[in-house]
Write a protein that binds this ligand. Structure first.
Ligand SMILES: C[S@@+](CC[C@H](N)C(=O)[O-])C[C@H]1O[C@@H](n2cnc3c(N)ncnc32)[C@H](O)[C@@H]1O
Length: 191
């Protein structure tokens, strides 16, 4: 049985994720998750989208002890490891800051089918992660970001303005754009 000590930030999104990721089920798919914490959303993606044995989920997190909630509950990385253990051969665990690892994946010419941006929740960081993820995304792929309305500690800028900026500047498919349950989803136009 998986062990989760944080609130469930996954269940309220799964109806939307099923819609956004419907085309990817039963196919060899590559996904990127920025911010994996104890693996609750990772497990959902692995069970419901990346079910093909050829699929891979890149889970990027420093597991460095500063969750955006300000609390770090026990051995978070250890819980991630044991929660994703049944799917270990479909997970590429990258223990690092997204800012250092995403540019390397771009240099390696990785192409991915979807990205979930749920890492550091400050506007500048959300923008950086999203721009890097967008470069990794194949045409037709989708990128979704969490916590539009989240308000951080005093003096920090929340993800909302970053998402508004992305809506203005990303060359996305406006027909498929979605904003639901505090998450924005952008589809890269097909070539
Ligand atoms: C909201 S939690 C992720 C929750 C998870 N996606 C879920 O729904 O179960 C945010 C995570 O982002 C991670 N994080 C913070 N800064 C990061 C960075 N620069 N790169 C990648 N992850 C980061 C934190 O360690 C934390 O685990």
């Amino acid at each position: 049985m998986p062990t989760f000590l944080y609130d469930d930030w996954t269940s309220c999104h799964t109806r939307n994720w099923r819609r956004w990721l419907a085309d990817l089920v039963d196919r060899p798919v590559i996904g990127v998750e920025v911010g994996a914490l104890e693996g609750r959303s990772s497990v959902w993606f692995l069970e419901n989208v990346l079910n093909h044995p050829g699929s891979r989920l890149y889970c990027i997190d420093p597991w460095g002890g500063s969750c955006y909630s300000g609390e770090w509950r026990g051995d978070v990385e250890g819980r991630f490891d044991s929660n994703i253990a049944p799917y270990r051969n479909r997970v590429i665990k990258l223990k690092a800051q997204s800012f250092s690892i995403l540019p390397r994946l771009i240099c390696d010419k990785l192409r991915v089918d979807f990205c979930y941006v749920d890492g550091l929740h400050e506007g500048w960081a959300v923008l950086m992660d999203a721009l890097d993820c967008w470069r990794l995304l194949r045409p037709g792929g989708c990128m979704f970001l969490d916590d539009y309305k989240w308000i951080g500690p005093k003096g920090t800028i929340s993800p909302g303005p970053a998402m508004d900026a992305l809506k203005l500047i990303l060359p996305h498919d406006p027909e498929r754009f979605d904003f639901a349950e505090d998450q924005m989803c952008f589809f890269k136009p097909k070539e």
